[in-house]
Design a protein around this ligand. Structure first.
Ligand SMILES: Cc1cc2nc3c(=O)[nH]c(=O)nc-3n(C[C@H](O)[C@H](O)[C@H](O)COP(=O)(O)OP(=O)(O)OC[C@H]3O[C@@H](n4cnc5c(N)ncnc54)[C@H](O)[C@@H]3O)c2cc1C
Length: 501
């Protein structure tokens, strides 16, 4: 499997760079677009600006509106002179768009610092990693039978199918909805996986209930703050994010966003977009964006607009839709609150059953779905810059820890987890969809030449998912503008691509 993945990666990367050189062709009715707006400068909006530039060429003006910080949910906090990721932190080695961005921007992978993981059930550590791979394997087999092999095969099969997207996108194909995109990769099976609970899929696969409770649930809690009833597709994304081959960007993941905006030669406007309305003049449909900057209010007209921020009411984007027929409003569903608390202090290892901190061997502790537990995970955090001499602090030393929880930790909860501390920094995120709170997958095309990126998060929320959606929207916008219907929602793409080569 590893060999196959590596060769696939090489082929896909070479095709990706070939497509990057693609020239923009003119609008079949005449002019190319002159102005495009992107709302949001997280990884989704920044990657959209980058791909729009690739496809529409150097002439078009690309304006990116950002009301907060570039990076959005990719952000850092500073503790004791070092920066730590407080939002999206890990990237899978087969996330090819993220890999390609880092390569093109001349950024580096952050050095990986090994550390062992344990699972805690509120009373005791029930599962622990050791120094011995074979012993870990034997213990897994002893406790869960072949559940973990079944799971591994399931995740790999899904990833292999998902990776078809890179080929399709490299050949310029786009999809008008998240459903069409998923269907092209994994047929109705993938779409069903966005509707069916993870636990049902795993039980059907023959994974034991004990394995689900003690391994799968802790992984869902640390990655999505939710339980095993989240849909199977996002469950698989989460499990892929629990493998060994993970990385992060040296200096902070948000550097990818600022780098992409620079590379795209996009105009970054530090402004909150308040409203959007269609403006028809003759044949031409444009969109008026009204916005507020530090200097006051303004408005501009655009030929194409991409909304790269969640449109659920609770997210507070403040964006209103005016004069749409039929009227268009916010999307249903809510986002899940996850609190990232970064603590500089001494971990209370007694809470986990280790009275002597010197005997506590774990870098991270995940938790089972136990009602009494007030946190999802606690882990020794590595800074975004890792020097050659860096080593993790031992539990008997003061260190920096990241705790994920659904609610902010109160004083007594902090005292339970930490013997004492120097500083506590809290970031409350509307982190990812609260899965199950929306009836279906949101649309990509809201109106002609008006696109929505974050619907993909309802299939799975991750940096790479936003990047895949960004590439899809840039291609879709390009084909729609140039009326190239044969490049959108095409069937049997694996076969077509083989015959195209
Ligand atoms: C705690 C946490 C941990 C995570 N861990 C991981 C992980 O390990 N790996 C991973 O791949 N993913 C992870 N994720 C998910 C990942 O961070 C997100 O899926 C991804 O960053 C979303 O990017 P985006 O650009 O689509 O949205 P955002 O990053 O939310 O960007 C939207 C931007 O739009 C701006 N905006 C909103 N409204 C307006 C307006 N009206 N006008 C102008 N600007 C506006 C916002 O300020 C924001 O900057 C995590 C997320 C969180 C919160």
């Amino acid at each position: 499997m590893g060999g196959f993945q590596l060769s696939l990666l090489a082929v896909v990367l070479s095709i990706l760079s070939a497509v990057g050189d693609q020239e923009a062709s003119p609008h079949v009715d005449g002019a190319p677009p002159s102005k495009i707006a992107v709302v949001g400068a997280g990884i989704g909006g920044s990657a959209t600006a980058h791909f729009l530039r690739q496809h529409f060429g150097p002439e078009v003006q690309v304006d990116v509106f950002e009301k907060g910080e570039v990076g959005g949910r990719l952000a850092t906090v500073t503790v004791n002179h070092n920066d730590y990721e407080s939002g999206g932190s890990i990237i899978h080695s087969l996330n090819l768009h993220m890999q390609e961005f880092v390569k093109q921007l001349g950024l580096k992978h952050r050095r990986n610092v090994a550390g062992k993981t344990a699972v805690f059930n509120g009373e005791e550590v029930i599962l622990e990693e050791t120094d011995w791979y074979l012993l870990d394997l034997f213990r897994l087999w002893w406790r869960y039978g072949i559940s973990f092999i079944r799971l591994q095969m399931w995740v790999e099969e899904i990833m292999e199918k998902f990776m078809r997207i890179y080929k399709y996108q490299a050949h310029g194909y786009a999809f008008s909805s998240v459903e069409e995109l998923l269907d092209s990769l994994g047929g109705s099976g993938f779409i069903n996986m966005t509707r069916r609970p993870l636990s049902d899929s795993l039980l059907e696969l023959g994974v034991s209930q004990r394995f689900i409770d003690e391994v799968i649930a802790p992984v869902m809690r640390v990655n999505y703050g939710q339980n095993v009833s989240i849909p199977a597709f996002v469950g698989a994304v989460s499990l892929a994010g629990a493998q060994n081959n993970l990385w992060a960007v040296e200096g902070g993941n948000k550097l990818v966003c600022s780098g992409l905006l620079r590379m795209a030669n996009a105009n970054l406007l530090k402004a909150r977009v308040n409203s959007i309305s269609p403006v028809q003049s003759g044949e031409a449909l444009q969109y008026q964006l009204n916005f507020t900057t530090a200097a006051g209010t303004g408005s501009e007209l655009y030929d194409i607009v991409v909304l790269a921020t969640p449109l659920q009411d609770s997210l507070g984007s403040g964006l209103e839709f005016h004069d749409f027929t039929p009227p268009f409003d916010h999307l249903p569903g809510s986002y899940h609150s996850t609190v990232a608390t970064i603590v500089h202090g001494y971990l209370n290892t007694s809470f986990f059953g280790f009275a002597d901190p010197r005997l506590f061997p774990f870098a991270s502790v995940l938790t089972t779905d136990t009602p009494a537990l007030f946190f999802n995970s606690v882990a020794s955090a590595c800074p975004v810059n890792i020097s050659a001499g860096f080593r993790r602090r031992q539990p008997q030393e003061a260190g920096v820890y990241k705790v994920f929880s659904a609610q902010p930790l109160d004083k007594s909860e902090l005292k339970t987890l930490f013997r004492s501390y120097y500083s506590v920094q809290v970031t409350e995120w509307q982190a990812y969809p609260h899965y199950g709170s929306s009836p279906g997958l949101p649309p990509v095309e809201l109106h002609p030449n008006l696109y929505y990126l974050n619907g993909i998060e309802w299939a799975g929320s991750a940096m790479e998912m936003s990047s895949v959606a960004a590439k899809n929207i840039a291609l879709l916008a390009y084909h729609r503008w140039n009326k190239q219907t044969d490049m959108v929602d095409q069937r049997d793409l694996m076969h077509r691509i083989k015959t195209e080569l």
